[in-house]
Design a protein around this ligand. Sequence first.
Ligand SMILES: [Zn+2]
Ligand SMILES: [Zn+2]
Ligand SMILES: [Zn+2]
Length: 262
Amino acid sequence: MKHTFTFMGTGAGCGVPAFFCDCPACEEARANPNARRGDCGVMVTGSTRTLIDTPPDIRSYFNREGVRYIDDLIFTHWHYDHVGGLGELEYMVQLLTKKALPTFASPYTLESIGREFEYMMYCLARCPIEPFEQFEIDDVRYTALPVTHAPGTYGYLIETDETRLFYASDTGKLPPETAERIRGVDILAMDATYWKENGYPQNHHSVQECIEEGLELDAGKIYLTHMCMHYSEPITLAQLEEYLEQYDGRVTPAADGLSFEI
Ligand SMILES: [Zn+2]
Ligand SMILES: [Zn+2]
Ligand SMILES: [Zn+2]
């Protein structure tokens, strides 16, 4: 069966444009909708829909993609830019699907979400996933791999019959065991928060570090995601695309709404 992988949002924290920012990247995004980025999340669609993370912009993503409901939910971690839209799903469960939504994440993340969204926990059927544990949804195998970020954060190795893809929206340099598990993936979609200077190397990658690590791991195709475009030093999408020409299409900035078959 064919599956589709969709970038719902591809920005870091405050999005592009950030409402409080007048840098060249934000001005570019105000003028050009293609350069706009909401907070990070992805969806895998086959005979069912699996959403990874519920960023604050999730309602507009669902409307943009024509998504009426999701069947399963996975979390990378518990930071606001990845969970802030969870409240939207209470209405979906109450008014449409009327059953608790299977929700996969680390025990730490589930506990954190349970505290923050206590009032709607009846909407979620929580499935704690241990590091390196595998689970299958709709003929897609997910492996939870620890990454270098906040406690309990995972990247997910996503495998279909056709494709091995590793998605890690938030991570510094990958832990060795995770790196070995994903060596040679067909597609790497990874944290590229900073341009040039990495202001938070224990939690994130720069564009340059993401590419370097992706090439070292022999990833077939590298999508840069969780891009801030204006931490450290601003860069416009036009400038970034020009910089990436040297990789002959092997490295591409992810974009909100971009999708491909896996
Ligand atoms: Zn800006
Ligand atoms: Zn985070
Ligand atoms: Zn994040």
